[in-house]
Each structure stands twice: as C-alpha cells, then as structure tokens.
Unconditional design. Structure first.
Length: 186
C-alpha cells in the first residue's frame, strides 16, 4: 500500500529512500511506527546548516536524532545551477528528473547519523521518523533539499570556506570555563 503522506514529490522521495532503501530485501517492522510518529506530529525537526536535529517524542520517552548531510560536490552544484533559471526557480519533479538524468542527482548523502537512544544501529525508529518528517518538509518546500546540502551558500560563492569546516555538534564539558558564563556579585 503506497503511503501518500511522505514523498509526494521527487524531492521528498529522496528522503523517503533513506528510510526505505531500494536494496532492502525484507520488511522493516519499524517503518510503520516511524511513519505514524511523523504523521501525528511526534517529531520536531530543526535544521542548522547541514545538520538535521529531530526531537522525537514517543510515549513518555524523548530521543534526539542528529543527521548530518554531506555538502554537494562543486561539480554537482555547477551541473544543477545550469538547469535552474531565475532568481527563485521553481523546483518541480521535472527539474528533479532533468538534474538526475544529466548525472547530478540531488539526493542527500549522509555524513553521519546519531541518536540518543540505546539502539546503536543508526536505523532506530527515531532516525527513521526524522527521515519521514524531513520528507514531508521537503515536499512542502523543495528548496530545503538543496539548502541542507549547502547548495545556495556555495552557489552564491561565499561558502567555499564553510564546506571545508564541519560544524561541531557536541562540546566536552571540560572544554568550558564556568567563569565565562557565571559572575560573582560583590
């Protein structure tokens, strides 16, 4: 049975394919529950640069899933830019198909996946639910699919430095100086 809530556009289907890869040979029992979590609003997604952070509320438990997306290669950005016209191009399924046919698929490539739950596989229900929530957001605004891969930052010419420096998601507590955050009143 097709699930019409996620991946309505070719841009969103790229995120659904992260949860449901074509090479998967057997049913994954986590997928229906992950879709339900995303459908009923159990996932709050925030995007910070190339990092997707999803807070997944499941019953009384809350988990945080972080998905880092690799930046697009310069060659792919140039290939896609040649297919887009106007100041704010409309990203349709036809544009996606044309970009893919010339050898520059805009599908996200994952640089890292992390979840705060005890399941250490990287394909826990929380990560899958974030994939589905992102598919829905990308269906609503396909520009997110390119923005999360630094397409607009690099294509504007200002982010050659940003692709070289990856963002740090965690800070060790011993790296912080309490004096920077607290003052003693006299």
């Amino acid at each position: 049975m097709p699930d019409d809530d996620f991946g309505c556009t070719a841009w969103g289907r790229d995120w659904v394919r992260l949860a449901q890869p074509l090479r998967q040979t057997r049913p994954d029992p986590l997928l229906p529950r992950a879709r339900k979590l995303a459908r009923v609003g159990g996932v709050q997604v925030t995007i910070d640069g190339r990092t997707v952070r999803g807070v997944v509320q499941r019953g009384r438990n809350t988990s945080v899933a972080c998905i880092e997306v690799a930046p697009m290669s310069r060659e792919t950005i140039v290939g896609i830019t040649g297919r887009l016209y106007g100041a704010r191009p409309i990203l349709t399924d036809e544009v996606h198909r044309a970009i893919t046919e010339v050898g520059h698929p805009p599908a996200p490539i994952l640089a890292g996946v992390d979840c705060s739950c005890p399941d250490g596989t990287g394909r826990c229900i929380h990560v899958l639910a974030v994939y589905y929530a992102m598919a829905r957001r990308v269906d609503d605004d396909p520009r997110i699919a390119l923005a999360i891969q630094d397409f607009f930052r690099v294509s504007s010419g200002s982010a050659q430095e940003s692709t070289a420096a990856s963002t740090q998601r965690w800070i060790a507590l011993n790296a912080l100086d309490p004096a920077d955050y607290f003052t003693v009143s006299k």
